[in-house]
Structures are given as C-alpha cells and as structure tokens.
Design a protein around this ligand. Sequence first.
Ligand code: R7I
Ligand code: MG
Ligand code: MG
Length: 349
Amino acid sequence: GPVSTLSRFRGALVGAVLGDCVGGEFEGAEDVPLDRVLQHLSGLEDDTRGDGILQYSDDTAMMRCVAHSLLTRTGFDEQDMARRFAKEYNLAPGRGYGSGVIQVLRKLASPQLSDVFQPARAQFGGRGSFGNGGAMRAAPFALAFRNAADVQQYSRLGAMLTHSCSLGYNGAVLQALAVHLSLQGALALPEEFINRLISEMEEVEREETAQHDAKALNLAEFPYCTRLHRVKELVERGSVSIEEVISELGNGIAALQSVPTAIFCVLHCLEPREGLPERYGGLERTIAYSLALGGDTDTIACMAGAIAGAHYGIEAIPQSWQKSCEGVEEADQLAERLYKLYCLTQLEE
Ligand code: R7I
Ligand code: MG
Ligand code: MG
C-alpha cells in the first residue's frame, strides 16, 4: 500500500544508521565479493550469533548532532550545531572520523571561537575539505525543512561547519535534496527524479565559488551535474558491472566520489538484480549493493540508506537488521520528533 510520510521519515533516519552500521564491516576494502556481503547480512538475521550489535561510526554520531540541534533550536543554529559536533567528538573520539576533520572538531570546542565557520576554512591549505563528511550527515535537513530552497540553504551551511570546499558542501546539498525528493515519493518516477536533481544542481554549480573550485581541482565544469548525467546513463543501461560503477562514479571518501554513487545504488536497486536474493526488498537490495562496491562503504550505504529508507518507509527495514544496529531506536525517535515539527510548520504557512 502507500507509504505514509511518517514511515518515510523514520525510514530515512533508520536507513542511514543501518547503512553506517552494516557498512562499517567493509570500509576501505578494495574487493568485496557479493558472497561476503550476503553472508554478513544474513548474520544479522541470526539471533543466536551472540557477537553483540554493530556499532555506528562518525556518520551517525554527526547525524544525531544535526537532528538534535535542528529539533532543540527549531531550525538551523550554527553555534549550537558546532558545539554539538565538538562535544560529541570529545565524548567519543574513536568513531572513525576523517583524519582532517578532527582538527576542526578540536577548534570548535574552544569557547573563545566566535566564527564557527573559520576552522573549516583553514583546512587543506585554506581550500577546505572536499570529503563526504558534510553529505553523510545531511539527511535530517530534509526532514526539518519543507521546501527545497530551505533544504538547500541549511544543508549547505550545516556542512560548511566542517567542509568549506564547494565540492564538500555541494555534496551535502545533493544528498539532502535527494532525501527531500524521496520523502515526497519522487522515486516513483526515477527518470524525473534524476532530472530534477540535475536541474537543481545546475543552479547550485553555476555559482562562482563552485566554478572556481572545479577549475582549481582540475575537474570538469559542473562536476556534480557531470556525474549525475553518468548516473542517468548507467541506470538506463540497466546491466552494469561493479567495476564500471566504480570507475565511472567512484567509491571514495571525497563527496564527489560517493554522493552520486549512493544515488546510483538507490536507482539501480529499484528493481530486482542478479546476484541478490529474490526475497530481498528494495531497501535490502540497496544496502547490499552499496556494500559490494567496496571503498567508503559505511558512508555510501548510509547515504543510500537514507534515500532508500525515505522511499520504501520503515516497514521495509527488517526487524532483525534494526535490532542488530546501535542507534536505530534513537534515530527512529528523532525522525518522529522531526515529523511533528514538520507538521507544525505546515500549520504556520
Ligand atoms: O569528510 P570527512 O568528515 O570524512 C568522512 C569520512 C567518511 O567515510 C566517514 O565514514 C569517515 O571514515 O571519514 O573528513 P575530512 O578529514 O574532512 O576528509 C576526509 C579525507 O578526505 C581527508 O582525510 C583527506 O584524505 C581527504 N581530503 C582531502 N585531501 C586533499 N585535499 C578532503 N579534502 C581534501 C583536500 O582538499
Ligand atoms: Mg564512518
Ligand atoms: Mg566512511
């Protein structure tokens, strides 16, 4: 039957946490045979395995901060969000944070800091990070704001607290927009979904800083649009090898090499795929496929999990998977609270 909006909200955040937790197993691996992925996932269904639950990483730790901040401040407050990132890192520094972002998080902890965007700007010789750390935590922005313009504006600012390179924050914008569209059921028409993302990103990448950064990094003009066109081609082709996906789209820690890839995973897995169990629904396929790409698996599965979860809803996520992952219950509660906020803002308009 039709998926309710609340179910989509819950699916988005729970899907993200799940992707992070199950993807951690293969993060950084070069070749991940599908057999190993399926073995890992079927292990989740076994109550007797007794090796405890899978822990979440920085992806979820920072996403929780974003959700808590948006809820507590009923909107975007850069000071509050920055403090939460710093505090969370201080409490649990061993969650697998990127090696650069740690410096930002340490500086954000200083009470003397007045411009919370400054530490991010000092990264990588003043260019700022193009890592996917802004994108991996972007989903809650799509749950907190109703219209695309707000989703865009605040996901960008939220990412800029740690990622000041346009490739970094525009990856977050793309991820937030993908979740935003998916929450509205836009994946029912996959071609229109990708076309809308392309036209939104054309506007975003027209900006001077984006043009400048693309040139400075030796990339094609409109780097995200270029990749999204490749996503579209690969989706249309249907049959495509893992190797091709990796070489065309990437599976790395840079936002440009992972956000379009996550979007591809979702689109590719809308239909049953060879090699994946027939009993799998779309969300299970998406997570399994994301892991099989190797590379930055926790983050690609986290981002794909958020987009897919928003499409299929919470009911599509197996209970056994949910029970196997740390932080699922909290993510579910945060999604419900964000949904209530979302309903309230409708009354105001
Ligand atoms: O982006 P970030 O938060 O890392 C997120 C990733 C996810 O996979 C998480 O699961 C976790 O494992 O880390 O952290 P950053 O340190 O800002 O960026 C990640 C990495 O990208 C850096 O450590 C660099 O290796 C690389 N990187 C850059 N390298 C050269 N020049 C990012 N920006 C640059 C750059 O401008
Ligand atoms: Mg991680
Ligand atoms: Mg990662």
